[in-house]
Design a binder for this molecule. Structure first.
Ligand SMILES: [Cu+2]
Length: 398
């Protein structure tokens, strides 16, 4: 239930995926424009001059990141030391959403809690709050950061504060707020951010290099095959592989594809996702166990700790079928199953049982009754083809 809540807004991000580039640009502009920082600093300096306290400052941290098929789920850097009064801004420039959550807020931390839109939280070390999910593709919801890509906190009291991301259990950060002594400069922060991000990405790429490059194929008793595709990578505290291994698989009609997810990061296998409505997290399985290319098929969340760790689908019609993970498609989790027409009967059977073909509709003048007859014969022929394939299968297994 908790995980469900934590993922509740992920669908919003997907629904808004079309707005990603615009929001991303807006986010970068906001993050990189020195105007706001300079204004805050100069106003703080003026205030400091008046009161005799040290000048407050502002620093920016990166959050998350990644590449197509890989999400790095880290606060970068994970530990920062700042002077009391500093405003810290977290910027998420990647497609995977995160939260910045302090304390133990009551309610769903994937939605903003105890924050005022567009205003840095004034944190004295006592209250609990959460940014809610934010990042490109996550337009502001009431109470959310204004740009959708960044979130700011002003630390008003010295102390050592832990914080976390509400949807990535391994994603933890630490803010050391001091009245005096050495603190991190923005350059210090940027350097450590870069190295921690690089180490995290390297760790995930090492997992990726070990991932299966082909489906595991098993022969079924009825002559069909089952192709097993791995979903995601192994658990990794630095983030997640958001891919199908392999992303592309070729099968014959009658074959089954089985997706297996041995990770705590949930994923879905979803065909015809344009037909999906609602919350990907709470949605139950839809469609299956066979698929002819039409209609919505959704595995619901699969993974360790979820209702299932695998999902199977038997393909009944030739075609090329694309599918996505409802949670991670914006980060590149896409797959395709190419289905070819299944085994043809042996020549001896074909000679006596060849399925009659309907008249060429381009030149045909058959009555509707004639068409019905041809359709009926066609069905009989199709049945024979199926039984013929069965014979072939039995022979192969004997
Ligand atoms: Cu996924």
């Amino acid at each position: 239930m908790h995980k469900s809540l934590r993922r509740a807004l992920v669908g919003v991000g997907l629904a808004a995926a079309g707005a990603v580039p615009l929001l991303a640009l807006a986010g970068f502009a906001a993050a990189d424009t020195p105007t706001s920082t300079a204004t805050a600093t100069s106003s703080a300096t003026a205030s400091a001059t008046a009161t005799g306290t040290p000048a407050a400052s502002a620093v920016t941290l990166q959050i998350g990141g990644g590449e197509t098929g890989i999400t790095v789920d880290l606060f970068e850097p994970s530990k920062v030391t700042v002077k009391t009064g500093t405003t810290v801004t977290w910027v998420n420039s990647f497609t995977e959403p995160h939260t910045v959550t302090f304390g133990n807020p009551q309610g769903d931390p994937t939605t903003p809690l105890n924050v005022t839109p567009g205003t840095p939280v004034q944190y004295d070390g006592t209250q609990s709050f959460s940014s809610g999910l934010f990042g490109p593709g996550y337009p502001p919801v009431p109470g959310a950061p204004p740009s959708g890509t960044q979130f700011s906190v002003t630390f008003t009291k010295a102390g050592n504060y832990d914080y976390f991301c509400a949807i990535h259990p391994d994603m933890k950060g630490e803010m050391d707020v001091v009245d005096s002594g050495t603190v991190d400069t923005q350059d210090d922060i940027n350097a450590r951010a870069a190295s921690e991000y690089a180490a995290g990405l390297a760790s995930l790429k090492a997992d990726e290099a070990k991932a299966p490059t082909a489906a595991t194929v098993t022969n079924n008793a009825d002559g069909t095959k089952t192709y097993t595709v791995a979903v995601g990578g192994p658990d990794n505290p630095n983030g997640a592989l958001v891919q199908y291994f392999p992303p592309s698989v070729s099968v014959s009609t009658g074959d089954t594809v089985k997706w297996v997810s041995n990770t705590h990061e949930p994923h879905t296998v979803t065909f015809n996702p344009q037909l999906f409505q609602g919350d990907p997290v709470s949605a139950g399985p839809t469609g299956g166990p066979t698929f002819d290319g039409t209609g919505l098929v959704n595995s619901a969340l699969i993974g360790e700790g979820y209702a299932a760790t695998d999902f199977s689908l038997k393909f009944t019609k030739a075609g090329e079928y694309h599918y996505i993970c409802l949670l991670h498609a914006p980060s590149g989790q896409l797959g395709v199953v190419t289905v070819s027409q299944g085994t043809t009967p042996p020549p001896t059977k074909t000679a006596t049982g060849e399925a009659p073909q309907p008249p060429n509709t381009g030149t045909g003048t058959s009555s509707s009754g004639g068409n019905s007859l041809w359709v009926g014969l066609g069905l009989l022929g199709a049945l024979f083809v199926i039984s013929g394939a069965g014979v072939v299968a039995v022979k192969r297994h004997n």
